[in-house]
Design a protein around this ligand. Structure first.
Ligand SMILES: [Zn+2]
Length: 328
């Protein structure tokens, strides 16, 4: 069962979370593997998409926000796009577009950052977004401070959190064909009145002490190996890493309130998309193929539109629907 465990370190401005996606992640891979157009992901793409999915769930669990959190990698290599979307209720979906050979031992840069042009975008799209209102988006490159290519996706996100959110963050991510998992440790912002250390006006000295706490915990977190993250249960992971710290645990989010696969695609949205093509383009597809077929890359659903359906889409208001569909 997929699960999220959140915790704070008692008396310290440091919080953390562990996510383990099992059924939700296997469902994403199963749907992809059964897609006759694409087939299963190459192993390294699977690992990247799994790490992105675990990270997106960690980030969504860490913010007070009602809407979808979207993590995208725009690659300049054989992986053109990898995208994960997580809703506030942890409904999630993910897909990647592969266009070319991905070697079995491909590194992150060989997949998405060949010419150092790859980008990672984090988007927060509020549920009740007003017309004209833009979703919030932050974008970071896939290189470090000295333009060196980053080879771990966790490093990309750590840069993002520091640059965009001014938050010190430590991430360990891992994924295989059964589990996508992640550990996040974050220093809580000092700004504002209340912080968990209880000192509203922290002096420089306090600040140094607080940094020491975060640094110590970050070193412990970083010692977690990907194999451990994939194979150990959450209790064992937390005990092994933080046995000497005092953790305050929140009730785990699992089952109905935990991460689960769900796709937001539906026929109405596809109808709008076809409408957006315009009547000429739609008719030319109809003439060539006899129908319009749109597949969802996230869940594999196929939406088919025959001549009557297409006529309906472009029917002027007030015009009567074609007789044949009225009969059906
Ligand atoms: Zn779908």
């Amino acid at each position: 069962m997929s699960e999220i465990h959140k915790f704070i370190f008692e008396g310290l401005p440091v919080r953390g979370a562990v996510v383990r996606l099992t059924d939700a992640w296997v469902e994403i891979l199963r749907r992809r593997a059964s897609n006759t157009t694409h087939g299963a992901y190459p192993a390294q793409v699977q690992a990247l998409l799994g790490e992105m999915t675990a990270a997106a769930v960690l980030m969504q669990s860490n913010i007070k926000f009602n809407g979808s959190l979207i993590v995208q990698v725009f690659g300049d290599g054989p992986v053109k796009l990898a995208v994960v979307e997580v809703q506030s209720d942890f409904a999630l979906r993910a897909t990647a577009t592969v266009n070319g050979e991905v070697p079995a031992d491909a590194s992150l840069s060989q997949m998405v950052n060949v010419g150092n042009e790859g980008r990672c975008a984090i988007t927060l799209d509020p549920e009740n977004r007003q017309p004209g209102q833009q979703p919030y988006q932050g974008v970071v490159p896939l290189f470090g401070d000295h333009k060196e290519k980053l080879e771990k996706f966790s490093d990309v996100l750590q840069h993002y959190m520091l640059q965009s959110e001014q938050l010190d963050t430590t991430l360990v991510l891992a994924a295989d064909d059964k589990v996508a998992a992640g550990l996040l440790i974050q220093r809580l912002p000092m700004a504002g009145t209340g912080n968990l250390a209880g000192s509203a006006q922290a002096s420089d000295e306090d600040q140094i002490g607080i940094n020491e706490h975060y640094n110590r915990i970050a070193v412990l977190a970083s010692s977690l190996k990907p194999e451990e993250l994939l194979t150990l249960d959450v209790e064992t992971i937390l005990h092994r890493l933080f046995w000497d710290e005092t953790l305050l645990r929140f009730a785990p989010l699992q089952g109905e309130v935990g991460p689960h696969f769900s796709c937001t695609c539906n026929r109405e949205r596809v109808t709008k998309m076809i409408n957006g093509l315009g009547v000429d383009e739609a008719q030319s597809i109809m003439q060539e193929l006899g129908q319009i077929e749109v597949g969802c890359d996230f869940c594999g659903a196929q939406y088919r539109f025959d001549a009557i359906d297409v006529a309906q889409i472009f029917r002027q208001p007030g015009e009567l629907p074609p007789a044949s569909s009225a009969v059906q």
